[in-house]
Write a protein that binds this ligand. Structure first.
Ligand code: ATP
Length: 844
């Protein structure tokens, strides 16, 4: 065990910390070992379909059928290669996401507060914790203000534990209330979290519902393919074909008809989609999120930061005497002016006291611009930082004021009372008690009637209103039970709507997603914002969380909830989900974690608490709700592409089964040779299939209704379209074969050619519609072109002919094959376009 002397209040220097980091290594518990290449290859080969193929290769070798053996070995090799590459890319994409969602910590270095990656912490670092932070390393607490920790992650005990200064806070536990600061005593594997690494490393996320359904579908397809192949085998043998050859043909048919790359394509599509989302500032923490996003029907959003910029500034102040002041200044820059009736005014004593009280009952700091950041910024709660800037604008020396009135007691912010209280020792002797919070919590209905009216007026203007009250005592008071306080005044704090907020709200409306605003703020503030966003009309009302229980009617219609407690968010989410809605919920506070977990998709803010981030499925780096709209579009695109792949691969598989089944009935005992089936399988499923996952979103992807989560992957007409596509393909192929048969031409090679090219035609037909040239998925076009060339080479090049057992076709015959092969794709495209036109418009 390392021991560390208490760090000075200035923390370590960057140089010292760098040296320790080099010596001790990063503050990380061991990452799970990466998968080995051999292991990956082994898993690919263990696939039942591949095992079947290998068995078939043994049979063909024993029979001395070297061309078929060669084709089978080629197919197994290339499929394994594609499988390994897909899996590696998917793993890399997921690992990159883990990195992005990695935790951070507030550390004092060189005397300044900094936000660093938790991995960079070293022994001796002074770390500050606020409610909602996950303890980033084992800390010896130097400061603990009513600090309670949830240690359930380590002990399983869910009752929060109180720790005093001197005690140790274990890595991985959560500070639920109060605040604390402590010196790092152990990091990484040596920390408490290291002790449970075994557990962490071995809990791998399970398959997503879609992945599970797709494996189910794969199994059903496998059984069908085996049954049909059995019939093909029997028909061939009855028609006098050699048993061994028919056995190999039957195995090849199973392999060709089942899209064995389906699970890999789904995983890769989800993983690459997740990576694309991450690039647009929405980091999915699980693949589940990527697919669920496409079917979200309700977004329950909080206000601050998500719809607003979370760049707060005090804009209005009302002192107890009823005088009101306007405050100017930009962002958190301490410079600004105080005006009254438009004129700059000297700062009256009342206003100065109000500003001083707001500065003292406050845990935030302002951070001056530094290299890499041109603006002043907030460390801590942005609203409290606004009060610090306000105090500076009122001419107070904020550091000196705080030093002159050290805090000797406090009651941290409590959601239930919507207020916080601090006690300070005064230079002049005695104590100053400051309480700040929601006006309803602080003001007396009678005595402060005028101020309550003023508060309502400020709120109607969309400002968040804070009341401040103070008292001076001689004896040191208990902050939990302060003496009677005198109201010092009101502060109206503005937080501009994000420039994109209105467009985002409109985009949700278009895409059939109901945006619901849930805030702890004043109803008038909430109404002002709700109206501004177009969520509320003049006749709509705000549902208040502090006026009894929420009714069923509210759940169906309400768009704006105000003065809600975090537990009520849980009720709202549960109620909406009971009604069959798929709910995405945003949150950032420590109390939001349960609701984030309860929602179908918990969306945490990158700038919110660590617990919220860890409870969420999606983390918004930029805290912007517009990003969720983009992520929903991305989720829909991914789902569309998985269905595209299904439409393409399944109709091809069905066509192959029908051709092999129909051939004998039409006088063609073995419609296609095993090698030919496998060749087609290789050219169609491999690269073009994977390339379909990269199709861009259709232009109207956000103008459609959300899909029902209960809907099967083959639902909404896809099964019908797959069957019709397969039938259409098979008909064209068999018709071409029969015609060639009649004309005494190499019918088998004609069917081989038409089937291969027609499937590639389907790949082109299922592409996204309405995509401009620049957004085209060139990888698909290239994959189809290369596959088509290889397909034609299968009858033109002598060595390939020998391998595949094909015969040469003349140029006119090849042209005829190509023309016929275009038909199924063309038909599919036209029918699909009509079906899309008939789609009902989105509900309002
Ligand atoms: P939003 O939806 O805007 O994110 P919220 O639901 O997170 O809001 P809270 O932050 O819980 O709302 O704030 C609710 C009310 O509590 C505020 O309107 C304010 O009156 C009061 N309040 C918030 N923060 C503090 C604080 N640090 N000190 C005192 N009172 C506060």
């Amino acid at each position: 065990m390392h021991t560390t002397a208490p760090a000075p209040a200035r923390g370590l220097t960057t140089v010292e910390a760098g040296a320790r980091l080099t010596a001790d290594g990063p503050n990380l518990v061991a990452a799970p070992a990466p998968r080995h290449l051999l292991g990956r290859i082994g898993r690919q080969l263990a696939d039942p379909l591949v095992a079947l193929l290998i068995a078939a290769a043994v049979v063909t070798t024993l029979l001395g059928d070297l061309p078929d053996t060669a084709v089978i070995v080629l197919v197994v090799t290339i499929n394994t290669l594609i499988g390994v590459v897909q899996e590696t890319r998917a793993d890399a994409a997921i690992a990159a996401l883990d990195q992005l969602a990695a935790p951070t910590a507030r550390v004092v270095r060189d005397g300044h507060d900094q936000i660093l990656a938790a991995a960079d912490l070293v022994r001796g670092d002074l770390v500050r914790l606020e409610a909602g932070d996950i303890v980033p390393a084992d800390l010896r607490l130097a400061e603990a203000m009513r600090a309670t920790f949830d240690e359930s992650s380590l002990t399983g005990e869910s009752v929060p534990v109180h720790h005093d200064p001197g005690a140790e806070a274990a890595a991985g536990t959560v500070l639920t209330t109060g605040r604390a600061a402590g010196v790092v005593v152990r990091t990484g594997a040596a920390s408490s979290l290291g002790a449970i690494t075994e557990l962490v490393a071995h809990t791998k996320p399970g398959p997503t519902p879609l992945q599970r359904r797709i494996s189910g579908l794969g199994r059903a397809l496998g059984v069908t393919a085996v049954a049909v192949s059995g019939v093909v085998f029997a028909l061939g043998v009855l028609a006098g074909q050699p048993i061994a050859r028919m056995a190999v043909a039957a195995v090849s048919l199973v392999v060709a008809a089942v899209p064995e790359s389906l699970p890999a394509v789904v995983t890769l599509t989800l993983a690459l989609g997740a990576r694309r989302m991450a690039q647009t500032q929405a980091i999915p923490r699980r693949l589940h999120a990527v697919e669920t996003l496409g079917s979200v029907t309700v977004i329950a959003s909080d206000k601050t930061g998500t719809l607003t910029e979370n760049r707060m500034s005090v804009q209005q102040a009302v002192t107890a005497d009823g005088l009101d002041y306007t405050v100017t200044g930009t962002g958190y820059r301490p410079a600004g002016e105080i005006r009254q009736h438009g004129q700059i005014t000297p700062i009256p004593g009342e206003l100065r006291s109000l500003a001083r009280a707001g500065l003292l009952c406050n845990d935030a700091e302002l951070m001056a611009p530094e290299p890499g950041r041109t603006e002043w910024a907030a460390a801590g709660d942005p609203m409290e930082a606004a009060l610090v800037a306000f105090a500076a604008r009122c001419g107070l020396d904020t550091a000196a004021e705080r030093a002159a009135a050290p805090r000797v007691g406090e009651q941290p912010f409590d959601q239930a009372t919507r207020s916080m209280t601090t006690v300070h020792r005064q230079e002049t002797g005695g104590y100053l008690v400051v309480r700040k919070g929601a006006p309803e919590s602080l003001l007396a209905p009678r005595a402060d009637a005028a101020l309550l009216d003023a508060a309502a007026e400020l709120a109607t203007g969309g400002l968040r209103v804070l009341a401040v009250a103070t008292a001076v005592t001689t004896a040191r008071p208990d902050p939990a039970d302060p003496p009677p306080l005198r109201t010092a005044g009101l502060l109206g704090i503005g937080d501009p709507l994000r420039a994109t907020a209105r467009d985002t709200a409109a985009a949700f409306a278009r895409s059939g997603v109901r945006l619901v605003l849930i805030t702890g703020d004043h109803p008038a503030t909430a109404a002002a914002i709700g109206t501004d966003l177009g969520l509320m009309g003049p006749d709509d009302t705000v549902v208040r969380g502090d006026e009894g229980s929420l009714g069923a009617d509210d759940l169906d219609h309400a768009r704006v909830y105000a003065r809600t407690q975090p537990e009520q968010k849980l009720d709202i989410i549960a109620g909406l989900r009971q009604r069959g809605e798929v709910v995405a919920m945003t949150g950032d506070g420590v109390n939001d974690a349960p609701a984030l977990r309860r929602a179908d998709i918990g969306v945490a803010m990158g700038g919110g608490t660590e617990v919220a981030r860890q409870a969420a499925e999606l983390v918004l780096v930029d805290d912007n709700l517009a990003t969720v709209a983009d992520a929903i579009g991305e989720g829909r695109r991914i789902y569309d592409n998985i269905r595209r792949f299904l439409r393409y691969a399944l109709s091809g598989g069905i066509a192959e089964l029908l051709v092999m089944l129909g051939g004998p009935l039409l006088g063609m005992p073995l419609a296609l040779l095993p090698g030919q089936l496998l060749w087609i399988n290789l050219l169609t499923h491999g690269v073009p299939g994977v390339a379909l996952g990269a199709e861009p979103a259709e232009a109207d992807v956000l103008d459609r209704r959300p899909r029902s989560p209960q809907e099967s992957v083959l639902g909404d007409g896809l099964l019908r379209s797959v069957l019709a596509g397969g039938l259409c393909l098979a008909t064209v192929v068999l018709a071409a074969g029969v015609t060639a048969h009649r004309l005494d031409r190499p019918w088998q090679s004609v069917m081989f050619m038409v089937l291969g090219l027609a499937q590639l035609g389907v790949a082109l037909a299922v592409r996204a519609r309405g995509v401009p040239g620049a957004g085209r998925n060139w990888s698909l076009l290239a994959a189809v072109a290369i596959s088509a060339v290889l397909q034609v080479a299968g009858v033109l090049l002598a060595p390939l002919r020998a391998l595949l057992g094909t015969e040469a076709l003349t140029a006119p015959e090849l042209l005829a094959c190509a023309v016929v092969a275009v038909l199924p794709g063309l038909a599919l495209r036209l029918v699909h376009r009509r079906a899309q036109r008939d789609l009902r418009p989105v509900r309002g």
